[in-house]
Design a protein around this ligand. Structure first.
Ligand SMILES: *Cc1c(COP(=O)(O)O)cnc(C)c1O
Length: 263
């Protein structure tokens, strides 16, 4: 597909959501996020290069993502595989690495292995086995983070912390999967005193994991509402959507069924 004027034409709804100049909006927002990441790194005595920003593009339409790409974003994170696959097709003319960060049903495996470079929500051996088999048939590899439920909330996907080490040991047989680390969604709360223990927990689990699996030093944790605390607690990947692309029209319960703001 060529990038004609029509591909990037802005509707009134686009302008209401992303401003009359989405490129300028995204550049400004990215600059602000970048400063906050750098400041959190400085507070924690960490190098900026030790933290990767993974922009989360869910609900942002493909034609708007052309502006995000122009603003310098080349790695897009999506929660839902159908939405990601559709955007991948519409943006096939751009060099983009796709990361899937949301729960994947086993019957959707073939849609992911076709194009994704990374999957951050691995939480079952059945899924690992199906991904591995499909990747082998396509002669592809996939970076994975294992998702852990650190908040104890039933609405969150991810392994129970007690199940993590045996799970990670078992991943060794899947040669097409490249385990890079752990991922979590912290408790949803404005109260960092309740959020931070989720990050501390994931870091401790990562420290245990990495002793047996040296390649798994990654810690994907921190979103718009809590990424600075996550960096202070050791995050190597922060997954940030709304601070870059603005508020989403869909409620979070669309992604985390049953998610309610805790009191
Ligand atoms: C949407 C999403 C994010 C980013 O959330 P924001 O509040 O937009 O920063 C991070 N991780 C996952 C798994 C998501 O689905």
């Amino acid at each position: 597909m060529t990038n004609t004027d029509d591909d990037t034409a802005l509707s009134a709804a686009d302008i209401a959501r992303f401003g009359p100049d989405p490129l300028a909006t995204f550049r400004t927002n990215l600059g602000a996020v970048e400063q906050r990441i750098a400041a959190a790194c400085a507070r924690a005595g960490r190098h900026r290069a030790s933290v990767r920003l993974l922009p989360i593009t869910k609900t942002v339409p493909a034609h708007i993502l052309r502006y995000a790409h122009a603003a310098g974003i080349t790695n897009f994170g999506e929660n839902k595989i159908q939405e990601a696959g559709s955007k991948h097709e519409q943006l096939a003319d751009l060099a983009i690495d796709w990361s899937i960060v949301g729960h994947l049903q086993t019957n959707k495996v073939k849609y992911l292995t076709r194009f994704a470079r990374e999957f951050q929500a691995l939480d079952s051996l059945r899924l690992a086995e199906m991904l591995d088999r499909r990747l082998a048939s396509e002669d592809r590899f996939l970076d994975v983070h294992v998702q852990v439920n650190t908040s104890g909330e039933a609405s969150k996907f991810g392994l129970h912390p007690d199940a993590l080490l045996p799970f990670v040991d078992a991943l060794g047989e899947f040669t097409r999967l490249k385990p890079r680390g752990l991922m979590t969604l912290a408790l949803f709360s404005d109260d960092m005193a309740r959020v931070r223990p989720c990050f501390v927990r994931l870091r401790a689990l990562r420290d245990e994991t990495v002793r047996r699996h040296p390649g798994m030093s990654g810690l994907s944790m921190g979103m718009t509402g809590d990424f600075e605390a996550a960096i202070e607690e050791g995050a190597t990947v922060v997954r940030i959507g709304q601070a870059i692309f603005g508020k989403r029209p869909t409620p979070d319960s669309h992604y985390w069924p049953g998610a309610v703001a805790p009191p």
